[in-house]
Design a protein around this ligand. Structure first.
Ligand code: MRU
Length: 333
């Protein structure tokens, strides 16, 4: 992905691996600062995933794969490494997909470092293909709404929901992106807006509760979001607030697409009802960027994801093309 540093434009990935260390752009401090977090122990990798130094389903998977690679290089027990990384965040399927793949490689006597590097390259390539598959949906002049951050930061490069937008823009189409701020962690306002700025894509950040206003006024042509886990029936878990955007898009006749690589699909789950939903600390809701806004004594609830039923989803943009939610089992298996 393109990162502007002063006058220079640097190509980099948000998660990388070097000599046993997982290097991640620290997503907690963007956009104020581009800081690299170095995890040279398994404990630090687990911390980085749990505390959202690295976040976004495919990026979590890549960080976990690299974490396994580091543990392998240090001669640690990979079964224990798998279990400790699996306990970090429960919803994104990519985490478990990547961990299982590294363990399978280890059991088969293959080099886990090479496997992790191959895994990251594959996911990035799959997301580039998602960009190619989704780009034709975007016509010149389109205004596209997205929620949370499903960009290069959330993958390593390209992104999922942002990949078609990146490609349309690079191919000369004029596009405009509505960026939901995405409380409580503000991944839209802080991360998606930052990525769009790096690419020079025109956009506006809106309060989460403003999306319906713009949809009803006919100012949204298309919605594209990412996913954390997709069940066999096409139900999609994604950042909290996605469900209501899908319902309002449906009500207003606006196409609603989900973009995700194969690592996000969990065909063991029949429907979205079975997807485990992470509930995070109430402080994330009671505070804004570390500063308390609710009165002392008030409590909060903080589900990090919700499930959008397949009936509200126009299509799922995958590396194999655009599919209908009802086709998940046939196409992805
Ligand atoms: O809690 P987060 O920031 O990890 O949640 C991320 C999302 O919900 C993204 O939309 C999803 O992982 C898709 S990332 C390409």
């Amino acid at each position: 992905m393109r990162v502007r540093m002063g006058d220079e434009v640097v190509e980099m990935r948000s998660v990388e691996y070097e000599d046993g260390t997982v290097k991640m752009i620290d997503q907690r401090v963007l956009p104020e600062e581009i800081r690299i977090f170095r995890a040279d122990t398994l404990k630090k990798v687990a911390y980085a995933i749990r505390e959202m130094v690295v976040r976004g389903a495919p990026a979590i998977g890549i960080a976990a794969a690299y974490g396994m690679a580091g543990a392998y290089e240090r001669g640690e027990d990979l079964y224990e490494a798998r279990d400790s990384l699996a306990r970090t965040r429960p919803t994104a399927h990519d985490l478990f997909y990547a961990l299982d793949r590294m363990l399978e490689a280890y059991k088969a006597g293959r080099d886990v470092v090479e496997e992790a590097i191959r895994y990251a390259d594959e996911i990035v390539e799959r997301c580039r293909k998602i960009g190619e598959a989704g780009e034709p949906l975007i016509e010149d002049g389109y205004r596209i709404l997205t929620h949370c951050n499903a960009g290069a930061l959330a993958v390593a490069d390209w992104g999922t929901a942002l990949a078609p937008m990146r490609m349309a823009h690079r191919n000369g189409r004029r596009i405009f992106v509505w960026v939901d701020e995405t409380r409580p962690r503000l991944q839209g306002a802080r991360l998606t807006a930052w990525e769009l700025l790096q690419e020079g894509i025109d956009h506006a950040v809106i309060a989460d509760n403003a999306a319906g206003f713009f949809m009803r006024r006919g100012e949204v042509d298309l919605v594209i979001v990412g996913a954390d886990r997709i069940a066999a029936n096409g139900d999609v878990a994604n950042k909290i607030g996605t469900y209501e955007k899908a319902v309002v898009a449906h009500e207003n006749g606006i196409p609603f697409y989900v973009a995700a690589p194969v690592s996000t699909f969990d065909l063991h789950l029949k429907s979205g009802e079975e997807i485990p939903i992470e509930e995070r600390s109430e402080d994330e809701v009671l505070e804004v960027r570390g500063r308390r806004v609710a009165p002392l004594g008030s409590h909060a609830r903080n589900p990090a994801f919700d499930v959008t039923p397949a009936k509200y989803i126009t299509g799922i943009i995958t590396e194999m093309g655009i599919i209908k939610p009802g086709e998940v089992r046939r196409v992805v298996e």
